[in-house]
Design a protein around this ligand. Structure first.
Ligand code: ATP
Ligand code: MG
Length: 389
């Protein structure tokens, strides 16, 4: 029996003239992600993209998982391909669904017929297939409300397809349809989630990490690489630009007033992130900040921090509670890495009483004690760019 994945596209269909661009990006993404898994033919029609294995070698479990992580796909059905006649549909349904049907008692059949030339209506097909399944599997009982399993029959242009239901996909928009963002990636819980949220809206990601060796360890840096790698399963290939940050931090510690430490450090990060973003063709910065989560994320602090950037700073987690962020982190697979206990540079010289209502002029006064331009230039000389995925 020949299996196939039917990937249902979401918002794509709404995009009018841009639709072709969206479909094209989606197909390219599918091609690149599935290339490693096996030999698949990918072709699209209306709101469904077909992923068809070309030989018996293809790992369909892995392909299904990969498709469920591709933005722009709202649902995926793993289905068996049937000839467009009711006898073949019935026979294949009974054989293909043997295992899932053996695990349930109640079921129903739902049919969608996009080829209106097919000689039976959707309700007729559902009744016929349902009746046949009940005959073959005597333990089964048809139930219209909340059955344990919904068998889906789709009658399309060339073939009909039968599946044990559809699984939710990642939703969002295809990667590469909404520009490119520079994610400030720490080893924490929030920033990978923030990157994922923007990638979901079609943004390509690049990452920047500020590294304060030896105050932060090589393990901390590896952790950031591991997080970036997990993000590639969703957002595709990325880079991590590692910026040497030790000298900047010790200068701040030695010369600035303590309650402004974190704030000035954050302003330095934003300046550098913008420089790296320009270099790498990004149109915005992305951070994992969440309103009032820590002293440097009060609305006043965000204002003083963001004031050094001309680029838009996207903060998709700004209105989220920690719990909501953690739920996403678990779902996308970054949580277990994020909670490994290596310190980030933000926790290296934390003031005892950080400013929660900083003023921009005071921050500027403190910064006048540093040679900001020279420190930025020095850090920009020491960039290390790692490609991931
Ligand atoms: P996270 O969980 O993402 O680390 P956080 O709540 O710990 O966030 P902070 O550590 O104050 O908050 O950092 C706020 C944001 O600044 C982070 O979400 C991240 O985008 C960025 N950031 C912090 N530290 C670094 C770093 N070492 N390298 C790159 N970006 C960083
Ligand atoms: Mg942090």
């Amino acid at each position: 029996m020949k299996e196939i994945l039917l990937c249902k596209c979401g918002e794509l269909v709404l995009k009018g003239l841009n639709r072709h661009k969206f479909e094209d990006r989606l197909q390219k993404t599918l091609y690149w992600r599935l290339k490693k898994i096996g030999n698949f033919r990918i072709h699209g029609c209306q709101s469904t993209v077909y992923v068809e294995p070309q030989d018996g070698e293809a790992d369909m479990d892995a392909a299904l998982e990969a498709c469920r992580k591709i933005f722009g796909i709202v649902a995926v059905a793993r289905a068996v391909v049937c000839e467009k006649n009711i006898e073949d549909i019935k026979a294949k349904a009974a054989e293909y669904l043997r295992e899932p049907l053996s695990r349930v008692r109640t079921y129903k059949v739902e049919t969608r017929r996009s080829d209106k030339r097919f000689p039976m209506t959707s309700p007729e097909i559902s009744r016929e297939v349902g009746g046949y399944l009940s005959d073959v599997y005597e333990h089964l009982q048809a139930q219209m409300d909340e059955p344990q399993l919904t068998v889906k029959v789709e009658v399309r242009e060339e073939y009909a397809y039968v599946s044990a239901g559809v699984l939710p996909g990642a939703g969002g928009l295809p990667t590469g349809t909404s520009g490119r963002g520079m994610l400030l990636l720490s080893g924490g819980i929030d920033s990978p989630v923030a990157g994922w949220m923007m990638a979901k809206r079609g943004m390509e990601l690049e990452c920047v990490h500020f590294f304060s060796y030896p105050f932060t360890s090589l393990e901390a840096k590896q952790k950031v690489m591991d997080l970036a790698e997990i993000l590639t399963h969703w957002a595709g290939r990325t880079t991590v630009t590692v910026v040497p940050f030790t000298h900047i931090q010790t200068e701040i510690r030695d010369k600035c007033r303590e309650d402004y430490f974190t704030l000035i450090m954050r302003r330095m990060m934003m300046r550098l992130a913008q420089r790296v973003a320009e270099k790498r063709d990004c149109q915005c910065l992305i951070t994992g900040e969440s309103l009032a989560q820590v002293a440097s994320q009060t609305v006043q602090a965000l204002g003083v921090t963001g004031a050094v950037c001309d680029m838009p700073v996207l903060r998709p987690a700004i209105g989220m509670d920690k719990e909501e962020i953690v739920t996403i982190a678990r779902r996308i697979g970054t949580m277990d890495v994020s909670i490994l206990p290596y310190e980030d540079c933000c926790t290296v010289f934390t003031p005892k009483h950080p400013q929660t209502k900083p003023a921009r002029d005071k921050a500027e006064d403190e910064e006048s004690k540093l040679d900001v331009d020279a420190l930025i230039d020095e850090a920009m000389q020491g960039l290390e760019v790692v490609t991931i995925g």
